[in-house]
Design a protein around this ligand. Structure first.
Ligand code: UGA
Length: 425
């Protein structure tokens, strides 16, 4: 096999576009296929529809090797390794919706020369079910571990690359391994079901870590400990590690909420009650709502109060607001009779669509102007740079701050006369 091999990417959403652009950067010809003609046209013109650091640059730089198309037949005739990157959103039951994967399968033949390389997050057992229906085509599970906001960097510097294949597909798995080998992560070769489980279990474990530290934070508030100190002390034990121990107002995004639920559901479908994950989900839901009590403690009833939310995106460096804490918080505040103003440096357009009744402002100061309290929801660096002691305090009706990410300088704010509420401190 030559060093560089043509690659097909099916589904050019966030995962697909990062995968396509990064493989092109590594020197491979990439056929990236999507069913939406407008998306394909704008990508072909070099317009990148998502906010992901470094991605637009890679798309421009590698334009010659990136072939965006709506044509599945062209993709299949140009490439043998077909990376399936379509989305698998949750259904009402909490199971993964595999209809887009099924649509891809319906278009693919059952050729011995091709392999479907599954990047989409799918339930454990999906690979086996696909192989039963398409016994000839190769099947490789290659779950993605990219984080929004650092996806290009994560792709180029993986901790590990997990590649699952059974029996007859080992040759294709070797080829997938060769694609990733220049990147240097630890290569984990395993069977398909185990690879599928690594993905779900990793996200579920990370979400568990967050809910765990959030509960430690809640208990620390009553017992006088500071969760940041606790996390520092815990994290230095390398069996625990320092990452994902930042207490806050709950995890969001398109992955953790969906994947934790999907794993719980998958277990439930086999008759097993995954108690731990049930608690992880409930803790996260309650965590989003705890801010209400903190505001009431200082403002009394929230009826008619003006509350400024800084940050709508589920985390910084992304414009993604799927399952963002801001949405639940805004809804709950409105339910309490408050009026909500929101500001986000990039996610404002989508926010206006989803946050009915809230005022979306063009700047942080505009959101703060005349507000009864500020809640920091997303730790965008620009929020730390605000002139808190001067302009912010001058514009607030009450100098009350709930810092949902323990991100601001508590001491400086208290010195400036703010009532400061963090998480677990
Ligand atoms: C997550 C995983 O980290 C990726 O490895 C995985 O590939 C991805 O899901 C996926 O399945 O596609 P992502 O959702 O982009 O990535 O974001 P994270 O950086 O993991 O953050 C998730 C949420 O947890 C955010 O709301 C963040 O604010 C919250 N979080 C994170 C905390 O509350 N505390 C922490 O210590 C860390």
């Amino acid at each position: 096999m030559p060093d560089k091999e043509p690659i097909g990417v099916i589904g050019v959403g966030w995962v697909g576009l990062v995968t396509a652009a990064c493989f092109a950067e590594l020197g491979h010809e990439v056929w990236a296929r999507d069913i939406i003609p407008e998306k394909v046209e704008s990508l072909s013109r070099g317009e990148v529809p998502i906010h992901e650091p470094g991605l637009a640059e890679l798309v421009t730089k590698n334009a010659e090797r990136l072939h965006f198309t709506t044509d599945m037949a062209a993709t299949v005739s140009n490439a043998q390794l077909l990376f399936c990157c379509v989305d698998t959103p949750p259904t009402y039951s909490g199971d993964a919706d595999l209809s887009r994967v099924e649509a891809v399968l319906a278009e693919l033949g059952d050729s011995k020369d091709h392999a479907l390389v599954m990047k989409s997050t799918v339930p454990v057992g999906t690979g086996r079910s696909i192989k039963r229906r398409k016994p000839d085509i190769g099947y490789v599970s290659a779950p993605e571990f990219l984080k929004e906001g650092s996806a290009v960097d994560d792709f180029m510097n993986p901790d590990r690359v997990v590649i699952g294949a059974n029996g007859g597909s080992e040759g294709f798995a070797d080829r997938v391994e060769r694609l990733y080998s220049p990147l240097g992560g630890v290569m984990v070769r395993t069977d398909v079901a185990s690879a599928e489980m690594v993905k779900l279990a990793s996200n579920a474990f990370l979400a568990t870590k967050i809910s765990f530290i959030n509960e430690i934070a809640n208990v620390s508030e009553d017992l006088g400990a500071d969760v940041r100190e606790v996390a520092r002390g815990m994290g230095l034990d390398d069996r625990i590690g320092p990452k994902f121990l930042q207490a806050g107002i709950g995890y969001g995004g398109s992955c953790f909420p969906k994947d934790v639920q999907a794993l719980k559901q998958l277990a439930g479908n086999t008759g097993y009650h995954f108690q731990l994950l049930t608690a992880v989900i409930e803790v996260n839901e309650l965590q989003k709502r705890r801010t209400i009590g903190k505001l009431q403690k200082h403002l009394g009833s929230l009826v008619g109060k003006e509350i400024a939310l800084l940050g709508v995106a589920f985390k910084p460096n992304t414009d993604d607001i799927r399952e963002a804490t801001s949405l639940v918080l805004a809804g709950r505040l409105q339910g309490e009779g408050a009026h909500v103003r929101v500001y986000d440096p990039v996610a404002t357009d989508r926010a206006a669509e989803l946050l009915g009744g809230a005022t979306v402002t063009a700047s942080a100061l505009e959101a703060i102007d005349g507000a009864d309290a500020v809640v920091l929801v997303t730790e965008w660096p620009e929020f730390r740079e605000l002139d808190w002691a001067g302009e912010v305090k001058g514009r607030l009706r009450n100098p009350v701050v709930v810092d949902g990410r323990n991100f601001l300088d508590r001491e400086a704010l208290r010195e400036a006369g703010f009532t400061y509420e963090g998480i677990g401190r």
